[in-house]
Write a protein that binds this ligand. Structure first.
Ligand SMILES: NC(=O)C1=CN([C@@H]2O[C@H](COP(=O)(O)OP(=O)(O)OC[C@H]3O[C@@H](n4cnc5c(N)ncnc54)[C@H](OP(=O)(O)O)[C@@H]3O)[C@@H](O)[C@H]2O)C=CC1
Ligand SMILES: O=C(O)C1=N[C@H](C(=O)O)C[C@H](O)C1
Length: 260
């Protein structure tokens, strides 16, 4: 059994992960963190509000962390000090906070994935392949929609899609456009648009549009509940436990060959 700690267990993903770990045959719950510690008792889990202290008693092998970018950076330091592997699903990292994570990943294995759903990761791969095959004659745009409570925009998945599309098309971060308003003029050929919708209880939807002359291709993933994010995170937890230190992603977990 893989001894697993869940951070932010009172959150939307924390709750999903708690249920899935409890249902799992090869992962066991070694502890959990919550800022409101009274909720831990209600959920029937042992733990506290400080990951370091939880790890000191839990004998954990892996931490699954879907909290916030800021919290994940702090959690990664605490795991690095104790040699505990991590799966991080939080989004909203800046280049600086990502660099801090990379520092921790010099001493522990970390899977960092803005989307742990296997389906989404297949779509990300297909999106890059489609862009490569279609080439220059298509205007590429990414659209994402999420629930009204989501804090970061665009979603981590949309940013990942934009990154792989830019790489497939030989474009750079400077070609990404995140908002349009007013007299914007004709669309620059190199542009990759990334647009955000927020509302209601939308779990997570991503579409890549390839607008051509006389045709349009749309590649869409729609999550209808959070289980696939959770199941993918458990798969990543099994994969990362016992690995060499390093910063990994879901492409590594799924055994995808590097294309760039
Ligand atoms: N990789 C993937 O597939 C997915 C990634 N996500 C990402 O995971 C993250 C969490 O999403 P979601 O579950 O919807 O969010 P929630 O707000 O529902 O849950 C976040 C949890 O983390 C805790 N938390 C937040 N900030 C801190 C902090 N600074 N220190 C300690 N604990 C903290 C919250 O505690 P409290 O309750 O006290 O606020 C809460 O328990 C987001 O970044 C989201 O984008 C979401 C879904 C899928
Ligand atoms: O906050 C969410 O809910 C989600 N966040 C992830 C992201 O930012 O890409 C993944 C998923 O779509 C749900």
């Amino acid at each position: 059994m893989i001894r697993t700690v869940i951070t932010g267990v009172t959150g939307r993903m924390g709750g999903t992960l708690l249920r899935l770990v409890r249902e799992s045959k090869d992962l066991e719950l070694a502890g959990a963190t919550a800022r409101q510690t009274s909720r831990l008792e209600q959920l029937g889990v042992s733990g506290g509000d400080d990951l370091g202290r939880v790890l000191d008693t839990a004998r954990a092998q892996v931490v699954i962390d879907f909290t916030s970018a800021e919290a994940s950076v702090a959690h990664a330091c605490q795991c690095a000090e104790r040699g505990v592997a991590m799966v991080i699903g939080s989004t909203g990292f800046t280049p600086e906070s990502r660099a801090e994570l990379a520092e921790s990943a010099k001493s522990i294995p970390v899977v960092l994935a803005p989307n742990t759903s296997v389906g989404v990761n297949v779509v990300i791969r297909m999106a890059a392949e489609l862009a490569r095959v279609l080439g220059e004659g298509y205007d590429v745009e990414v659209l994402e929609a999420h629930h009204r409570m989501k804090k970061d925009a665009p979603s981590g998945t949309a940013l990942k899609l934009a990154e792989v599309l830019a790489s497939a098309l030989g474009r750079s971060q400077d070609d990404l456009t995140f908002a349009r308003h007013g007299q914007i003029g004709a669309r620059p050929k190199q542009e990759i648009g990334v647009q955000t919708l927020r509302g209601g209880d939308v779990v997570g939807e991503h579409t890549v549009y390839y607008f051509g002359e006389g045709e349009r291709i749309e590649l869409t993933h729609r999550a209808t509940n959070r289980d696939q994010f959770g199941l993918g995170a458990l798969r990543a937890a099994r994969w990362v436990t016992g690995r060499s230190p390093g910063l990994y992603d879901m492409a590594d977990v799924l055994g995808f060959q590097r294309t760039s």
